[in-house]
Design a protein around this ligand. Structure first.
Ligand SMILES: [Zn+2]
Ligand SMILES: [Zn+2]
Length: 627
């Protein structure tokens, strides 16, 4: 699939598939709800110049604010939006939802030239026959009907001997209770780092299966979510430190999370890192294809940060560079990658643009995905989950990022047009010091009390009063020009909170509108991020053990390997949804949604449906550890 030449005006529709039937992705359309062109795609092929019959009457081609990337401008509403590669979005959808695909979807006949070569067993059941298993029923054999060869479907799960099962559950509980790695190794009586990481891999595998089976049930409609849902979406920056010996830089990754506000159930959680691609191969192929000389949306690898992109977009912190100098440096990098075959060890290759060495920070492990594409992929996956699980009405609270808003407008364009999906922007003072938070909290409480007194509404609950206050504000002349409403509910978590409706429907009843405004909040997703920060703290440096020494730590497990971030987040998601209970109601998010009648134990996740000896007592927070 080579990059398309410039004869394409905007990228063609792409197909994405998660389970079963593929669905089309075309996001190059007007993103202003209510506009006549909302959701109507721009023409993909260029017409003749000047007035002609096949001219695009809806859009004109222009460029983004910075003038660097092509954009479309809607002739009806004058709204501008960056042109995006639909193929790259489809790739992101498939990457993010990869954990959902059952094993059979990942295996196919490998016989060269066979009619079934590359056609997955899961999606083409009729082409294969089941043929028993290898050693355990988990390793299933299928026979290809065309070439008669057998295909083994199995996943490499690290083995945990029966006698060590209680120990694995113990490690899991310590890990989930944020015990640092060193203390877990000591406390659980492990021989060293490598034993710890082997168990961690096993835990991750099981959590991933658990998350996958839940999302699969949503997608297929086997499991239903409430018909009306409030979801909060946000992203979080994670800094991954590299040891000074390798690189003196910090890699910035961002995770994106969608949470059901009512239950704190995490619907989707991903990070903008694709471990399946090798940075060297991708950069090399891009240089060969001439990708770097094309605008992003027309590249083969539109979704990745390629070497030189940072300089081009002025993101480099090292040095400010003029446009011409940046272009020259990018050219040098491309040349270096083209000539790279001459190097014996690619890892030793250094790229030297201008002065000072610059090494691609991702050269050793996977690729960073541009967050614009990641967020688009995430939104489409969320849409498919909600659609499959029978959600009919959605309220989505999000931050003010343009890419989040645009992603929402693209992925949910049909329910938005039908008035079934409502988007709200939420902003508040994130860096507000705690003293000010308390002062602001008291202030809005006083305002609420004054409102209640003036109208004899003293017996009302906080929510009811907030609803009344919003109704009054909306009725009395409506909102200020900019559309932001100061949210009346006092909250310590979101000081100075203001909300704005971005999918406004003129015919909606006042009460329904007020209810939407009342529900707009990022509180739940902030909660989750707060928890992940503590959860990720064990991503610490490896340490020395007398038995194992330093060398036992493999590079693949080092905390500076970006793939570890995703593993930790996968584990966190399972623990959040099924294990940790709320302080007030003693329930897990899965219980609140009616998917479980009790919190799961760590052993339940590791060995579903099996009886495992109880792990040793979980150390509670605050109790001093005697050594
Ligand atoms: Zn428009
Ligand atoms: Zn075959």
């Amino acid at each position: 699939m080579a990059s398309r030449p410039r004869t394409v005006r905007v990228p063609e529709t792409a197909n994405a598939s998660i389970l079963g039937t593929p669905f089309p992705v075309q996001v190059n359309h007007c993103r202003t709800p209510g506009c006549a062109n909302f959701g109507v795609p721009a023409r993909t092929s260029p017409g003749k110049r000047g007035p002609s019959k096949d001219r695009d009457l809806r859009y004109k081609l222009t460029s983004t604010a910075k003038g660097q990337e092509p954009a479309i401008e809607c002739k009806a509403c004058r709204g501008k939006g960056a042109v995006r590669s639909n193929a790259a979005i489809a790739e992101e959808i498939e990457r993010i939802a990869g954990y959902v695909r059952p094993l059979e979807h990942r295996f196919a006949c490998k016989t060269e030239g066979c009619a079934n070569e590359g056609l997955s067993i899961g999606e083409h059941r009729h082409l294969y026959v089941r043929r028993g298993y290898y050693k355990t029923p988990e390793n299933r054999y299928y026979q290809c009907k065309a070439c008669q060869r057998r295909v083994l479907v199995s996943v490499k799960v690290p083995r945990i001997r029966a006698g060590n099962r209680a120990r694995a559950a113990d490690v899991f509980s310590r890990f989930a209770n944020k015990s640092p790695m060193r203390r877990t190794v000591e406390g659980a009586g492990l021989s060293g780092n490598s034993a710890y990481y082997r168990i961690l891999d096993f835990i991750h595998r099981r959590c991933l299966e658990m998350n996958g089976s839940v999302t699969r049930a949503f997608l297929t409609g086997e499991r239903h979510l409430p018909a009306a849902m409030d979801v909060a979406i946000d992203s979080q920056t994670l800094m991954v430190n590299w040891p000074s010996r390798v690189q003196r830089r910090t890699v910035e990754m961002t995770s994106c999370c969608s949470v059901d506000s009512a239950s704190r159930f995490i619907l989707e959680l991903d990070v903008n890192h694709d471990p399946r691609f090798d940075a060297f191969d991708v950069n090399h192929e891009s240089a060969e294809l001439g990708d770097m000389t094309r605008k992003e949306a027309f590249r083969r690898y539109a979704r990745f940060w390629l070497t030189g992109d940072e300089m081009r977009s002025g993101r480099t912190g090292q040095r400010r560079m003029g446009r011409a100098a940046a272009e020259r440096a990018v050219g040098d990098i491309q040349d270096a990658f083209r000539e790279a075959n001459a190097y014996d060890d690619v890892a030793e290759m250094e790229i030297v643009p201008g002065q000072g060495p610059l090494r691609d920070h991702m050269l050793r492990s996977g690729m960073l995905v541009k967050t614009g594409y990641r967020t688009l992929g995430h939104m489409f996956v969320l849409r498919e989950i909600l659609k499959g699980a029978g959600v009919e009405r959605l309220q989505l609270s999000m931050d003010e990022h343009l890419s989040t808003i645009a992603s929402f407008m693209c992925a949910f364009r049909e329910p938005i047009a039908e008035g079934r999906a409502h988007g709200f922007l939420v902003r508040y003072d994130k860096d507000c010091p705690i003293d000010d938070r308390e002062r602001l909290y008291k202030e809005s409480r006083r305002q609420m009390e004054a409102f209640a007194q003036a109208r004899n509404l003293e017996g009302m609950s906080r929510e009811e009063l907030g609803f009344e206050m919003i109704r009054t504000a909306l009725r009395g002349g409506g909102l200020p020009e900019h559309g932001w409403l100061r949210h009346p509910l006092p909250t310590l978590q979101e000081p100075n909170k203001e909300v704005r409706w971005i999918t406004e429907h003129p015919d909606m009843e006042l009460d329904d509108r007020a209810r939407l405004y009342l529900g707009a909040s990022l509180g739940r997703v902030d909660n989750v991020f707060e928890l992940t920060r503590r959860f990720l703290s064990p991503l610490e440096r490896p340490f020395y053990t007398p038995s194992g020494g330093w060398n036992q730590v493999w590079y693949g497990y080092a905390p500076y390997n970006p793939d570890m971030v995703r593993k930790y987040l996968d584990i966190f998601r399972a623990v959040n949804n099924f294990v940790h209970t709320g302080r007030k109601d003693g329930e897990t998010p899965a219980m609140r949604l009616g998917f479980a009648d009790r919190p799961l134990s760590y052993a339940d996740i590791l060995w579903p449906g099996e009886r495992i000896p109880k792990p040793r007592r979980i150390r509670r927070k605050g109790r001093a550890l005697k050594l």
